[in-house]
Write a protein that binds this ligand. Structure first.
Ligand code: PLP
Length: 228
C-alpha cells in the first residue's frame, strides 16, 4: 500500500472514532480540534497530510518544527508541545503558532520579550504526577499562582491547559482529575477555556472528559520512527 493511501485510511479511521466519541459525549465535532503530531515523521508525510486537508500539526522539537514549517504551505497552525528549553525559545517563537507546554514564569517572560513573534497562544502544561515533575508541567497546586504571575507580569495570551495522562493510571481517572482542575481554573481565569489532552491511546476518554484539542500521532502515522 502506498504511503498516501495508508495515511488517508488511518486519518479517516481516527476521524470516525472522534465523531463517535463526540456523539457519545453529547458534544459537537466542531468543538474539538485534531492536531496531527508529525514529530519523528518526514516532511513528506506532513505534505500528504496537508493534501488530505490537515491544517494543524504538532511538533516536540524546535529544529524539526522549524524545518517542516518552512517547507510546508503557510496556512498551517503549528503547535509546539515538547519540553521548552530556554535557549530555544526565540526560535520556537518564530515558527510555532501555539505552545502547549508552557510551565514557568521565566519562559513566559522570555516569549513575551520577543518582538514580532509568530506564537500567539499558550497552554499551561499541568503535570498530574507530582513525583515526576522532570517530565515538564506545573503541579496542580502551583497552577493558579503561575497563572496569576503570568497574567500580571506578561502580555502573553493564555488560552488553555494541557496534560499528558500518566502511564499506569486509567486515562478516564486522569482526565476526570484534569477536568476538575480546569473547571476550578475557569472560575478565576475564564479565558483559559481550552483543554489540550488526548493522544493515540486515550483520545476517546479525553473527548468524554471535555478535551478541546487532541494531539494524535501514531494512530495516524504509524509507529515507524525516522532513522536516527
Ligand atoms: C508524541 C506526543 C503526542 C502524540 O502521541 P501519539 O501516542 O503518537 O498519538 C501527543 N502529545 C505529546 C506531548 C507528545 O509528546
Amino acid at each position: 500500500m502506498n504511503r498516501q493511501v495508508e495515511i488517508a485510511q488511518r486519518l479517516l479511521e481516527v476521524e470516525e472514532c472522534i465523531a463517535v466519541a463526540a456523539r457519545r459525549a453529547g458534544r459537537e465535532r466542531k468543538e474539538i480540534e485534531l492536531i496531527v503530531v508529525t514529530k519523528n515523521f518526514p516532511v513528506e508525510d506532513a505534505q500528504i497530510l496537508y493534501q488530505l486537508g490537515a491544517r494543524a500539526f504538532g511538533e516536540n522539537r524546535d529544529q524539526e518544527g522549524a524545518l517542516k514549517s518552512q517547507l510546508l504551505p503557510k496556512d498551517i497552525a503549528w503547535h509546539f508541545q515538547g519540553q521548552i528549553q530556554g535557549r530555544k525559545i526565540k526560535s520556537i517563537a518564530h515558527w510555532a503558532d501555539y505552545v502547549h507546554s508552557l510551565d514557568s514564569l521565566d519562559h513566559a517572560r522570555k516569549f513575551d520579550g520577543i518582538p514580532e513573534r509568530r506564537v500567539r497562544n499558550f497552554f499551561i502544561q499541568v503535570n498530574l504526577e507530582p513525583m515526576r515533575l522532570d517530565r515538564g508541567g506545573v503541579s496542580a497546586k502551583d497552577l493558579e499562582p503561575l497563572l496569576e504571575a503570568i497574567s500580571a507580569e506578561t502580555q502573553i495570551s493564555l488560552i488553555g491547559l494541557m496534560t499528558v495522562a500518566p502511564t499506569g493510571v486509567e486515562p478516564e481517572r486522569a482526565f476526570a482529575e484534569m477536568r476538575e482542575i480546569h473547571d476550578r481554573t475557569l472560575r478565576s481565569f475564564p479565558t483559559v477555556a481550552a483543554l489540550s489532552m488526548g493522544m493515540s491511546g486515550d483520545f476517546e476518554a479525553a473527548i468524554a472528559a471535555g478535551a478541546t484539542h487532541l494531539r494524535i500521532g501514531s494512530s495516524i502515522l504509524g509507529s515507524r520512527e525516522l532513522p536516527a
